[in-house]
Design a protein around this ligand. Structure first.
Ligand SMILES: [Zn+2]
Length: 72
């Protein structure tokens, strides 16, 4: 087993190699610029998080832990 932290990550925005922390505080992005680009995507609603509703930030538990999806 290798250390997870030793895995080279690539920036999800531009695809360049992203240096790990603490050298790169924008990790997993290669730079502050790419981090902001990603942030703008989130704010613009480009990304969708399945199972999340507007105004609900609480993490969802495993299936069956909440009611609302009981198909009978
Ligand atoms: Zn980048």
């Amino acid at each position: 087993m290798r250390y997870k932290d030793s895995v080279i990550r690539t920036c999800p925005i531009c695809g360049k190699q992203a240096e790990p922390r603490p050298a790169n505080r924008s990790f997993p992005f290669c730079s502050d610029r790419c981090r902001l680009v990603d942030l703008c995507k989130w704010l613009g609603g480009e990304y969708r998080v399945p199972g999340r509703y507007a105004g609900d930030d609480s993490p969802r538990g495993p299936p069956g832990d909440e009611d609302g999806e009981h198909a009978s």
